[in-house]
Design a protein around this ligand. Structure first.
Ligand SMILES: Nc1ncnc2c1ncn2[C@@H]1O[C@H](COP(=O)(O)OP(=O)(O)O)[C@@H](O)[C@H]1O
Ligand SMILES: Nc1ccn([C@H]2C[C@H](O)[C@@H](COP(=O)(O)OP(=O)(O)O)O2)c(=O)n1
Length: 232
């Protein structure tokens, strides 16, 4: 059994990465890293500072020195930039619409990827492990993780979940309003990361027909099979 348990989870928007990863980290008693929140917080910072997201160099400079403090407690992952708590602000439709410009800036990515590796090591040192989730964790940030999972779900299920989360229901109008933020963003994000099919050694967990607890259990089963670690 590895002393420090590193778990990498990738997948498209709405597959359940954040919520499932948090629950998995809690059940294993280890820390959590939401790498998407780092791209979102950088986007929020650029918008707040009046940095033009089309100015690749300016955004790259910001990536190197934005004052991010990311919470790694899976029960309460607070995100702060400077003195501002941006936990909610980074989930607004404005940031969601803009984040792809930052995430597809190929000069920004290596800077955040390096920061993510350092954070994962620090979290593992502190808590005995780390569950990190995003789009390129299994392939680029932590290809040596003890457990690597691609969390997927059908487009229909992902639209239904996000629509319910944002609008309280999944009626046709709400699903249509959600479509761009899922489908278009995934297509753009997929140009810089490989999260639509599993790379060698990455286990696919399809949650289309699972409820939330079922998804958590499916991931924990992979963890136990691979590492012998039994959740609490
Ligand atoms: N297996 C599941 N069944 C039903 N709802 C789920 C499932 N997994 C996640 N959800 C819900 O779907 C929404 C999107 O999940 P989230 O974790 O934000 O996905 P991602 O981080 O992949 O974008 C959340 O409201 C979450 O509670
Ligand atoms: N490791 C990562 C994590 C997120 N991203 C991108 C992909 C998304 O458009 C944004 C925000 O990611 P986030 O996981 O918060 O997005 P969703 O909530 O799943 O829709 O950042 C990335 O390119 N690489």
């Amino acid at each position: 059994m590895p002393e420090q348990l590193i778990i990498a989870i990738d997948g498209p928007s709405g597959s359940g990465k954040s919520s499932v990863s948090r629950a998995v980290a809690s059940r294993l008693g280890v820390g959590y890293l939401d790498t998407g929140a780092m791209y979102r917080a950088l986007t929020w910072w650029c918008l707040d500072q009046g940095i033009d997201l089309d100015d690749r160099d300016a955004v790259t400079d910001a990536a190197g020195d934005y004052p991010l403090a990311i919470g790694t407690d899976p029960e309460d992952p607070v995100v702060q930039v400077g003195d501002t708590d941006v936990t909610q602000a980074i989930r607004t439709p404005e940031v969601t619409a803009a984040v792809t410009k930052v995430a597809t800036n190929t000069d920004v990515r290596p800077i955040l990827q390096l920061a993510q590796r350092d954070l994962m090591a620090a979290i593992a040192e502190d808590t005995g492990g780390c569950v990190a989730e995003g789009r390129d964790i299994t392939t680029v940030v932590a290809p040596d993780a003890h457990v690597r999972i691609l969390l997927t779900a059908s487009e229909e299920a992902r639209l239904r979940r996000r629509s319910t989360e944002l609008h309280g229901h999944a009626e046709a109008e709400a699903v249509a309003a959600t479509r761009d933020s899922i489908v278009k963003r995934d297509a753009a994000d997929a140009t810089v990361s490989q999260f639509t099919t599993a790379s060698d050694g990455v286990v696919t967990v399809d949650t289309s027909d699972l409820d939330f607890e079922g998804s958590v259990d499916a991931v924990l089963t992979v963890v136990t099979d691979r590492t012998g670690r039994v959740p609490r």
